[in-house]
Every structure is written in structure tokens, then in C-alpha cells.
Design a protein around this ligand. Sequence first.
Ligand SMILES: Nc1ncnc2c1ncn2[C@@H]1O[C@H](COP(=O)(O)OP(=O)(O)OP(=O)(O)O)[C@@H](O)[C@H]1O
Ligand SMILES: Cc1ncc(COP(=O)(O)O)c(N)n1
Length: 271
Amino acid sequence: MKTSLTIAGSDSSGGAGIQADLKTFSALGTYGMSVITAVTAQNTRGVLSVQDISPNIIEDQLDAIFTDIKVDSVKIGMLSTVETIKVVAKKLKEYNAPYIVLDPVMISKSGYDLLHPEAVEALKEELLPLASVVTPNVPEACKLTGAEIKTIEEMEDAARLLIKEGPSAILMKGGHLEEEPTDVLFNGEMFTHFYGKRIQTKNTHGTGCTLSAAISAGLARGLALEDAVKQAKEYITGAIKNSLNIGSGHGPTHHFYDLYEKAGVYKEERV
Ligand SMILES: Nc1ncnc2c1ncn2[C@@H]1O[C@H](COP(=O)(O)OP(=O)(O)OP(=O)(O)O)[C@@H](O)[C@H]1O
Ligand SMILES: Cc1ncc(COP(=O)(O)O)c(N)n1
């Protein structure tokens, strides 16, 4: 069985972060492992408080996994601090980690700073060059490039700027645009658009985490990047369609095997 590692924050309400990633890995047929960077006290309404995990323990978690188990793909989510970014980058380089999907998590849907604003530069310098693909939403892409993004053309322009920072590819997510949620993939040479239809629901907690974990699982299972993104887009669309009306704020997306089975890949590849 292929393995996927998530390096991210814990979400006590189970909709985003480590919990969303592990559910996604399970549903998409990889064995999930985790390095916890921060513990958030969080629900569908917002983030109450955050405890950042000390860099030593983050380093130990990474050593524990990489010295014992073959890692087939990595997904990076919430990192909080400059120190966390540095230790994660150091260890991923040391272990020559494969297929790194970097979700540059900055602000939660509820408006909480999950990445300290002064750590944006460290994220750019230390982690963008290691990423097989980086998956910013539109506000994150604006922060990373300084560009203003309101249209698909402007998403493409920003992707051209961002690829210069060193990642192998960019998947810019269009969920925050006013139009339909189209995601734009740029591999440095060509663009691929992944079209979606907006599902009318407030229950979109953890959509970005789920999408990036799904891409990571696809890469671990040997899919080419375009195919991993296609499958991940199908998976997140199904997970939003089936999202759960739990709590009084933004409820979580729902994870189950059928979402993948419907995409027509699960049965064929899991023999
Ligand atoms: N209402 C919706 N209907 C259909 N697809 C959506 C909707 N909202 C977001 N998406 C899709 O979900 C994925 C995540 O996109 P989004 O832009 O919401 O990321 P994000 O802001 O990083 O998510 P998060 O809220 O977890 O931080 C993308 O593929 C996007 O196109
Ligand atoms: C631990 C953790 N990681 C990521 C998110 C982003 O998800 P969202 O934007 O849906 O709040 C989050 N809320 N919590």
C-alpha cells in the first residue's frame, strides 16, 4: 500500500487540517500518517485558540516517520511560525521527500491567522522551491505574489509570477472568485483549467485541505499531476455536494469511498 504524510494543524472539529487529510487519504486508498504542527481549538464557527507545537517535537515526528517508513507523498498544511517552516524544510530536504503538495494555509474561513503574517516570506523562501505543486486560493496567491486577482486571466498571470519562486507547478483555486469555481493548473509550460459548478452551501470548511490531500494521495498512487488534480477535483466536488450540516457555522465536507468510486478510478487501481 502506498503511504501519504500530512504535515499540518489539528482541527478539533474534524473538518479541516490533519483530520480532513487523514480521512481523504483513507478514502483514496493510501495509508495516512501525520506530523502535527499546531493544535487548534476550533469548531464550525471559528478558531478559539492555537497551541503551536515546539520545533523539537516536529523534528522528532518527522524523524520517527522517515527513519522507519517509506513515504510516497507529502501534503503540507498549517505551519504557523518561521521556526516550524524552517524545521519542516530542513527535514524534507534531508530525507529527499517525494511529491510534496504545499497548501499555503494562511487564514481560516472564519478569519483567524493560521500562519503568522511575518512567516509568509519564510514560506516562500524555504518551501516553495521544494513543492511539486503549490495550491493557493486566490487571497493566498495575492499575498504570495503581490498581484490583484479577480479573473481567470489574472489567476494565470499570478501563476506565471509564482512559478518563478521555484515550485514545479501551481494549482490556483478559484473557490473565492465570484464566478464558477474554476481551478487553474500551471506546470511552467501550459495551463489546464478544471471547471466546477458552484454548489450552494455554507458547509465548505476544509475544502482546500481536502483538495490538497487528495492530490497528494493521487501522486502517491502513481497518477500524473494532471490526473491527480482531476481526480481530486472530482473528489472535493462530491465531498461538498455531500457536506454535512453539523454545527451552526461552516459545516465540514463529507468523505467516503463512493466519491472516488464514482470518479471511476478506485476499483481499477486498487487491486
Ligand atoms: N461552493 C463551491 N462549489 C463547488 N466547488 C467549490 C466551492 N467552493 C470551493 N470549491 C472548490 O473547492 C476547492 C477548494 O477551493 P477554495 O478556493 O475554497 O480553497 P480554500 O479557500 O483554500 O479552502 P479552505 O476553505 O479549506 O481554506 C477548489 O477546487 C474549489 O474550486
Ligand atoms: C488546522 C487547520 N488547517 C487548515 C484550516 C483551513 O481551512 P478553512 O479555510 O476551511 O477554515 C483550518 N481551519 N484549520
